[in-house]
Design a protein around this ligand. Structure first.
Ligand SMILES: NC(=O)c1ccc[n+]([C@@H]2O[C@H](COP(=O)([O-])OP(=O)(O)OC[C@H]3O[C@@H](n4cnc5c(N)ncnc54)[C@H](OP(=O)(O)O)[C@@H]3O)[C@@H](O)[C@H]2O)c1
Length: 257
């Protein structure tokens, strides 16, 4: 299961996973035309007919829950990858700032909604696509209501949150045989990176390499709660702040209820 699979890195992740003939891959997308096109391209490129899509708005918990209710069978791997970086502040219909809703709560709600399905498939893996471009999290202003909305600052906070919540979920899901790791994919030219103003010099396939490695490679099947860059574990400064991590988990939980 790959979220944001119509995007630059997400589609490359889905394609690399589908290249393994024994894998069934589900693209989690919001746009039916793009989803159809990407699915057809991946089936054609890999020869794997077991590629499908589900339409979901990942910025809305109700949409994620509806998909989880439709879902049949287990999930072996969840790659949380979808993200946005609008240059002007936007909110979901529920009134949540859009980057926080999509980039952070979207990951949180997907894990929450599919924990039981992952447990059925255990040992299972969750890969949270984060970034080295992370920091500035303010637990008292997660939606940038008090701070000026600068899309880079909002994005950096969201990617710090992804890395912190990786640690929180890893602790909670370890007893069920589900690992949770975060990574930086690489610097890839995409809608997201262009909105942030940095472009990106790596090919989507390069960007997909670390997430796919975390999703599939035997050497990392026991690793959990870690952060990776270029297929190497890197010390994550945010992982040391357990109190902050638990505060963020509690604050994120409130949005669903
Ligand atoms: N590009 C880089 O250099 C870079 C660097 C570090 C980390 N990352 C991380 O890599 C991940 C992928 O980024 P990318 O560069 O591949 O971005 P991208 O090409 O802009 O793709 C973003 C994807 O997210 C989907 N998405 C956004 N909001 C959604 C929603 N509400 N519901 C469902 N899908 C939604 C988009 O769907 P649509 O196609 O419908 O818009 C698209 O498929 C992100 O987590 C990002 O933080 C990227």
């Amino acid at each position: 299961m790959v979220t944001g699979a119509t995007g630059a890195i997400g589609m490359a992740i889905a394609r690399q996973l589908a290249a393994r003939a024994d894998h069934e891959v589900v693209l989690i997308c919001r746009d039916a035309d793009k989803a159809t096109r990407c699915t057809e391209e991946i089936v054609q490129a890999t020869g794997n007919p077991r590629v499908h899509f589900e339409l979901v708005d990942l910025s809305r918990r109700s949409s994620i829950q509806a998909m989880a209710e439709r879902w049949q069978g287990p999930v072996h791997v969840l790659v949380n990858n979808a993200a946005v970086t609008p240059q002007h502040r936007q909110s979901t219909p529920e009134g949540i700032e859009l980057q926080f809703a999509t980039n952070v709560l979207g990951y949180f709600w997907m894990i929450e909604a599919f924990t039981e399905r992952l447990r059925q498939a255990s040992p299972a893996r969750i890969v949270n696509v984060a970034s080295y471009w992370a920091g500035g999290l303010n637990i008292h202003d997660l939606e940038f209501k008090r701070r000026f909305y600068d899309n880079n600052a909002v994005y950096r906070q969201s990617k710090q949150a992804d890395r912190m919540l990786t640690v929180a979920f890893a602790r909670r899901l370890q007893p069920f045989g589900i690992t949770v790791n975060a990574c930086h994919p690489g610097d890839v030219n995409s809608t997201l990176s262009n909105n942030l103003g940095f472009g990106g010099h790596e090919a989507p396939n390069q960007g997909a390499r670390t997430p796919v490695w975390l999703a599939t490679h035997e050497s990392v099947h026991r690793h959990t709660g870690k952060y990776f860059e270029r297929q190497r574990e890197v010390n994550c400064p945010f992982a040391a702040d357990m109190e902050g991590i638990e505060d963020l988990f509690a604050a994120s939980e409130v949005y669903g209820s």
